[in-house]
Design a protein around this ligand. Sequence first.
Ligand SMILES: *Cc1c(COP(=O)(O)O)cnc(C)c1O
Length: 454
Amino acid sequence: MQPIPYKMYLSETELPRAWLNLRAFMRKKPAPLLDPATLRPITQEALAKVFCDELARQELDDTSPYIPIPTEIRDFYKMYRPAPLVRAYCLEKKLGTPAHIYYKFEGNNTSGSHKLNSAIAQAYYAKKQGLKGVTTETGAGQWGTALSMACAYFGLDCKVFMVKCSYEQKPFRREVMRTYGASVTPSPSTTTNVGRRILEEFPSTSGSLGCAISEAVEAASTREGYRYALGSVLNQVLLHQSVIGLETKTALDKYGVSPDVIIGCAGGGSNLGGLIAPFMADMLQGKSQHRFIAVEPASCPTLTRGTYAYDYCDTGKVCPLAKMYTLGSGFIPAASHAGGLRYHGMTSTLSELYKQGLMEARSVKQTEVFKAAEYFARIEGILPAPESAHAICAAIDEALRCKERGEQKTILFGLTGTGYFDMMSYEKFHDGKMQDYIPTEEELSKGFAGIPKL
Ligand SMILES: *Cc1c(COP(=O)(O)O)cnc(C)c1O
């Protein structure tokens, strides 16, 4: 076996030719999405009013194990993929751990995160259907940036509703989106019915992903030739993100490495779902054994403190209902610095795997997260996004546990993006002004009270 290099590259010809549909490998499938109008399993026709036809089809497909990646999308992937898979030799040495640590870095494109993997697919299918444009929401800004890039590539219009606190905290994100031709509106806004309704009830709200989603869906459904695009949570997004795990597995297989522990941060669950896809599929078929860990913020503890129930995916209750771990669609998390993890629910696939005990979850406080982020930046060089640093934090913990026990485990984690647009948060951390928000039981119970009783 060859020695393992710092960076484990793949050639273009080794890039995946098909996405992996994890649900097809699950014996007990995630529960179907429900139509908000009828509370019955949603049909492809109903979904196709919101999403492009092909994406509506992918959303409901839980039987095809692989779905071919169209050539146009694969060609775009070639511009920035394969994403580097790095053996964290420096981190291992610094920690003095016998563990072997690997990370898959998705921040190597202008949008700065893994979100581009699904954005380009969603823009492609919109273009193929002859649409004029798409609408979307963005929390931290990564998804809006990614979709703007993808729409610019295919010549589509892109309207982005950006969660108000991010819009204010991250003016540079907004300008990147405008550079790629998108229009950006702070949410909640007065441009939609649902935005006006939310503003009336909560005039000083800093916004949330759930409410920006409702606005974007309304904006698409009231415009001819537009559909809505969502950057996480959906089955189609997990499908596209499987490119992360497939590349990782191809590279590790070349060196005969099989990870014992696979860690990822979890907002809506797409990067983690994508990273674990081929490994979980193997495990479900009895071919391998792994531990999977989802890491979430203590301020928005969906898996660790949420309930498993059918709930709305958005505050405005216009999207289909999903059975998932949820804090309630009315739960508006504190304005934490990991904007991309401020979502009340969790993709139904990961929710079901967690329910079945096939995946673990833990929550971490943001001051610990930034400590880990800074430590990592100084050792491995990459300045991580605060979201990604949740995974770093858990990976370091696992590596230290290996050190205590003298175990030589292999740890793989997803490094989802860069933190260049998060310097205001880093500044708060450096100035000692960052606080940890942990919702009380009482605050959580308010969110739970809004979960529909079916
Ligand atoms: C959006 C985002 C996340 C969280 O989203 P998931 O769908 O849970 O993957 C994590 N990291 C970064 C950098 C992001 O942009």
